[in-house]
Design a protein around this ligand. Structure first.
Ligand code: M6R
Length: 620
C-alpha cells in the first residue's frame, strides 16, 4: 500500500518520478506528490486524486531538478486531502519525506514534537517522521556548530527510526545535502535500481523497468544513502552491507496495456500463457511427478511431513482452499488453510513435522509476511508460493515456488489465482508421488495439466455470452455464489471479484450450506450464480438450483459444455470445457472473472483501481 519512488542522477527527475508513480499507482491512488531538489530548496507538488491529476498540476507548475522523491497514497491516517498527501516537509522545509507503512506510536511522538514547537499541517502519521528527522538534524547542528553533512543526515534518520513503532519504507530529501537521498525500510518494501552515475528507488521494480536491469532489494532494518557517485547500505544493528545486485528480468511489454482497455481484462486473457508458464519445466513425465527448483528442502524431510498449513489472504486464501482439497486428495496429508491475519496472532498446535506454505501474489502482504515469520520463529519450514520475484516473502521463506505469471497490475487478482491453483496442483502431485499416488495416476494428472492452457483458451470463448449475462444482471445489488467441493472456493472467489470491483454485495457459500441460512436471502431480486460442472455430486447441486428457482430466485449457471439438464433449469447458462473435477476451478473461475469485469464496467466503476483498495496490502 502506497508507492514510493526516488531518484538521484542526471535526468529530469520530475519525468522519472511521475512515470514511476503511474506504474506504482495500483498500490494506492488516493493522492500523489513529488518533492524535487530545485536550486537550494526542496519544492513539493502534491494533490489529492490520481497521479494523472498530479501530472497535469506539475505540467502547469513545472519543477526542475535531478534529485527527488515521489509517492502515491493509500490513506491510513487522515482523509484524502492535498495537505495529507505526501511528501511532507519536516521543520521549516529542511527535509521532505515520503512514507509507506503505519507508525503506531505517532500520536505520542506528535504531542512531544508539538511541545517542542513543531507545527503540523496534516493529520498523517508520516509528518511526525519528517519533523523528527528535522529535529534530530537541528540538534546535531547545534552541538556541532556546523552545516549538515551526509553523516549528520544519516544519524538524524537513524535516531528517528529508532523511536518509531510500526512499519515503514521511507525516503528522505535534505535541503542542505542536495545530492543525497536516504531511504530506510522496516516492513515495507524498497528496491534500488543501479545505473551509471544514477540510482533509482521504488516500492517495487516496475518503475525501474526500461531504466536499469541491476537491482538491489533492501532488507528490513537496512538504510541506504544514495548519491549520484555511489550508494552505501548499512544494517541498523550489524553495520555496513555489501549490496547483492540481482538482474531484473521484466520488460516494458509486461507492464504495457497493449490493445486492452484495462489491466484486468488483459490479465484474464493472459491466463492460457500464465498457466503454461507455471507448468513450464515442472513436469517430469518419466517419473510421473512434478519437479521444483527452489524448495530447498530434502525429499527425506518432505516424506516426514505429516501436516501442511497454507496461509494467505483474499484471493490467495481461496487458492489455498483449492490447495487443501488437492493435497488431501492426492498426497493424503492433513492440510489446513489459515487466514494469515488470524494465524499471526493465534497459537495453534503445530507439530515438528508441519510444513507451512505462504501463498501470495505480491509477496509483500503484511499479514502473510507476519504469519510466515511467526511460523519460522517456531521452527517450521516455511515455503512460499509467490509471483513477485525478489519480494520480501519470497526472500524470507526457506524456499518456494514462483508463479511466473508476470506483473499483475489490476487490483482484482485473476491470473495469479489460476497460477496459484496450477502450482498447488503440481505440489499435490509432487507430494502425492512421494507417498500414495500411483504412477498411472501421476501420468494422468500430468496429461490433464498439459491440456489446461488450451482448455482455458476455450473457456475464454464465453466472453460474449458473459457480456450478455452481465447486461441482464448488472442492475442487481445482491448475488449468491454457490458451488461444492473444488468449486466452493471458486464461489468465494467469484463473490469477492464482484464485491471488490463492482461494489455489489455478493456472498459465496458451499451450495449445500445455503439451506442453513442464506436461502432466506433468495427472492426475485437476488440472483444466484451456481458453479455446477459435471461430477460426482452434481445432482445434489442441481437440487439446490431447483430450491432457489422454487423461491423465485434467478439462477445463472456455470456448466460443462453441452449440459442440457443444467441449461434447462437455469435462467442463464455459460459453458466451460469439461475437465476433471480437481481442475474445474481453473476453467470455472474464468466466466466469474469476466462477469465481475463487465458488471463493473456497466456500473461505471473503475475496474483496475477500485475504491478503498490497493494491490498490495502492506499494512495491518
Ligand atoms: O498479494 P497477495 O496475494 O498476498 O494479496 C492478498 C490479497 O490482498 C489479494 O488477493 C486481494 O484479495 C485481491 N485484491 C483480490 O482480488
Amino acid at each position: 500500500m502506497c508507492g514510493i519512488v526516488g531518484y538521484v542522477g542526471f535526468r529530469d527527475v520530475s519525468d522519472f518520478l511521475l512515470e514511476g508513480l503511474h506504474r506504482l499507482e495500483y498500490r494506492g491512488y488516493d493522492s500523489a506528490g513529488i518533492a524535487v531538489m530545485s536550486g537550494d530548496e526542496i519544492v513539493v507538488r502534491k494533490r489529492a486524486g490520481r497521479v494523472g491529476e498530479l501530472s497535469q498540476f506539475v505540467k502547469d507548475n513545472p519543477v526542475k531538478g535531478k534529485i527527488g522523491i515521489g509517492h502515491t497514497r493509500w490513506a491510513t491516517h487522515g482523509a484524502t486531502t492535498d495537505e495529507n498527501s505526501h511528501p511532507h516537509y519536516g521543520g521549516n522545509g529542511e527535509v521532505a519525506i515520503v512514507h509507506n507503512g503505519v507508525i503506531e506510536n505517532y500520536d505520542s511522538l506528535r504531542r512531544k514534537l508539538q511541545q517542542l514547537g513543531y507545527v503540523f499541517k496534516s493529520q498523517t502519521d508520516t509528518e511526525v517522521i519528517a519533523h523528527m528527522i528535522a529535529h534530530h538534524l537541528a540538534e546535531q547542528m547545534k552541538l556541532e556548530e556546523s552545516e549538515p553533512s551526509v553523516e549528520s543526515c544519516l544519524r538524524a534518520v537513524n535516531l528517528t527510526i529508532d523511536r518509531l513503532k510500526g512499519t515503514f519504507g521511507l525516503c528522505v530529501l535534505f535541503r542542505d545535502c542536495p545530492d543525497t537521498v536516504i531511504a530506510a525500510r522496516s516492513g515495507s518494501p524498497l528496491v534500488i535500481g543501479v545505473g551509471k552515475d544514477e540510482y533509482f528507488l521504488a516500492s517495487d521494480a516496475s518503475p525501474l523497468i526500461g531504466y536499469t536491469k541491476d537491482v538491489v532489494y533492501l532488507a528490513d532494518n537496512e538504510v541506504v544513502v544514495l548519491q549520484p557517485t555511489g550508494m552505501k547500505i548499512a544494517h541498523r544493528t550489524t553495520g555496513s552491507v555489501r549490496p547483492s545486485i540481482q538482474t531484473l528480468d521484466q520488460v516494458s511489454a509486461d507492464i504495457d496495456l497493449g490493445d486492452y482497455p484495462h489491466y484486468m481484462l488483459k490479465e484474464i486473457f493472459e491466463q492460457p500463457t500464465t498457466i503454461e508458464n507455471a507448468l513450464r519445466g515442472r513436469l517430469d513425465e518419466e517419473e510421473a511427478t512434478a519437479v521444483f527448483g527452489g524448495l530447498n528442502i530434502t525429499a527425506q524431510q518432505l516424506r516426514t511431513i505429516d501436516r501442511v498449513v497454507l496461509t494467505a489472504c483474499g484471493t490467495s486464501w481461496h487458492a489455498g482452499l483449492v490447495g487443501e482439497y488437492l493435497l488431501e486428495e492426492f498426497a493424503r496429508i492433513p492440510t489446513e488453510v489459515e487466514y494469515a491475519s488470524e494465524l499471526r496472532y493465534r497459537n495453534p498446535p503445530m507439530g515438528d513435522r508441519t510444513l507451512v506454505f505462504s501463498i501470495t501474489q505480491s509477496g509483500e502482504t503484511a499479514d502473510t509476511l507476519a504469519a510466515m515469520r511467526e511460523c519460522k520463529r517456531k521452527g517450521h519450514p516455511t515455503l512460499s508460493i509467490c509471483n513477485v520475484v525478489g519480494s520480501t516473502i519470497a526472500r524470507e521463506a526457506d524456499g518456494g515456488i514462483y508463479l511466473h505469471a508476470g506483473p499483475e497490475i489490476g487490483v482484482a487478482s485473476t491470473k495469479a489465482f489460476t497460477s496459484q491453483v496450477t502450482v498447488l496442483t503440481l505440489l499435490a502431485l509432487f507430494l502425492g508421488r512421494m507417498r500414495h499416488l500411483s504412477y498411472p495416476a501421476g501420468k494422468r494428472i500430468i496429461k490433464q495439466l498439459k491440456a489446461m492452457p488450451e482448455k482455458i483458451e476455450e473457456a475464454l470463448k464465453c466472453h460474449d455470452r458473459i457480456q450478455e449475462i452481465a447486461a441482464k444482471y448488472c442492475g442487481f445489488d445482491n448475488f449468491l455464489y454457490l458451488g461444492r467441493l473444488y468449486n466452493f472456493p471458486v464461489a468465494l472467489e467469484g463473490a469477492l471479484k464482484l464485491k471488490e470491483i463492482s461494489y455489489v454485495h455478493a456472498e459465496g457459500y458451499p451450495a449445500a450450506e445455503m439451506k442453513h441460512g442464506p436461502i432466506a436471502l433468495v427472492d426475485e431480486k437476488t440472483p444466484s450464480f451456481f458453479i455446477v460442472p459435471r461430477g460426482g455430486i452434481q445432482p445434489k447441486v442441481i437440487s439446490n438450483m431447483e430450491e432457489v428457482k422454487a423461491r423465485k430466485g434467478a439462477v445463472i449457471a456455470v456448466a460443462c459444455e453441452g449440459d442440457e439438464e443444467v441449461a434447462r433449469i437455469a435462467d442463464d447458462v455459460v459453458f466451460v470445457p469439461d475437465v476433471e473435477e480437481y481442475l474445474q476451478p481453473l476453467v470455472c473461475a474464468i466466466p466469474l472473472q469476466l462477469f465481475s469485469y463487465h458488471v463493473a464496467l456497466m456500473r461505471g466503476c473503475n475496474v483496475d483501481r477500485p475504491r478503498n483498495l490497493a494491490k498490495s496490502v502492506t499494512v495491518e
